[in-house]
Write a protein that binds this ligand. Structure first.
Ligand code: NAD
Length: 300
């Protein structure tokens, strides 16, 4: 059985914790770390009630970085979220400082597991963890475009009235404004997705994926449900050694960017080789170049 450390128990961290405890036989120990001790104590009491409801014996406690030493996974969900009107990149400076300091403290305490990063801008924050930890890049995984992929699947499902199980589509690139949809590789069951929609419909769906977080934030103030289950998917792929392909943020040519990668107990086993169309190549290279520019202009 396994141990997970969660740093940052706000909207995202708590939703992830709530989902994590409902997974049978996945983890037996969870350590919670946050600078807001009062909130942490309240959350612990609340989550202990949940454990009792589901008759779970998972050991959950408030801890410190020394408790990350023997953790298999450390999830970073700490930092500022977007206010109404703010972009993910607006969070860069404040979150870079937070994420860097969390990473350094974990490494100093002997953490040697796999980092999973939710904090935005997630591709850049994953790079910050990679640099600050000095770890092999396969042990640093950002939530990447898993959520963007699910958002697109949801739109396709609603348009065609089919099960998401039958929809195979991948969104890669920078999470958020510079996503790349691999329409040419998408299928609904055995039918190529490309043949089911007009160009205008595809453009509209891409826009809807890009603006979905803003729509949610404008209404409820934050997003946490989709991301928390995306983090859980990564956690399960690692701890169950699934060799599962997920569109995570991973190391590519000295930056971090959303790519389909195989995830198992060692972290990232490899990126899936794709035969891109010229249009996909052009869009991916633009997404990569924009992310590279931010990383090059930043000091870690
Ligand atoms: P939140 O404000 O609800 O929670 C953040 C938590 O981090 C707070 O509890 C705060 O006390 C804690 N924190 C701040 N600095 C800390 C530090 N140095 N050490 C430990 N804990 C610290 O925010 P949220 O809504 O949970 O969002 C968290 C992050 O996740 C944001 O950056 C947000 O943009 C990001 N996010 C990413 C995705 C994605 O798809 N990747 C989706 C949603 C949110």
């Amino acid at each position: 059985m396994k141990k997970v450390a969660i740093v940052g128990l706000g909207n995202v961290g708590i939703a992830y914790l709530n989902n994590l405890i409902t997974e049978k036989n996945l983890v037996n120990e969870i350590v919670l770390i946050d600078t807001n001790e009062n909130k942490l104590e309240g959350e612990l009491l609340d989550i202990k009630d949940s454990l009792s409801v589901i008759n779970s014996s998972i050991n959950i406690y408030i801890g410190d970085y020394k408790d990350t030493k023997n953790a298999d996974i450390l999830v970073i969900a700490a930092g500022k979220n977007q206010d109404i009107g703010e972009s993910r990149l607006d969070l860069l400076e404040v979150n870079k400082t937070i994420v860097k300091s969390i990473t350094e403290k974990a490494i100093l305490s002997g953490f040697n597991g796999i980092f999973i990063i939710a904090t935005n801008p997630v591709d850049i924050m994953s790079y910050v963890v990679y640099k600050a930890s000095n770890m092999s890049p396969n042990k640093v995984i950002g939530a990447g475009t898993i959520l963007d992929t699910c958002r697109l699947k949801n739109l396709i499902k609603e348009k065609l009235n089919v099960s998401t199980n039958d929809i195979n589509i991948n969104v890669i690139g920078e999470h958020g404004d510079n996503i790349v949809v691999l329409w040419s590789k998408g299928f609904v069951n055995m039918i190529p997705i490309d043949s089911l929609f007009t160009l205008d419909e595809k453009i509209l769906m891409e826009e809807n994926v890009k603006t979905r977080a803003t729509k949610i934030i404008n209404k409820k103030g934050y997003t946490n449900e989709g991301i928390s289950l995306s983090l859980l998917e990564i956690t399960k792929a690692i701890l169950n050694n699934e060799n599962k392909v997920l569109n995570i943020s991973t190391y590519l040519d000295e930056i971090y960017i959303g790519m389909p990668a195989i995830i198992n107990i060692d972290g990232v086993k490899g990126i899936v080789n794709i035969d891109y169309t010229e249009d996909e190549k052009r869009k991916l290279s633009s997404s990569i170049n924009k992310t590279r520019k931010v990383i090059e202009d930043m000091e870690v």
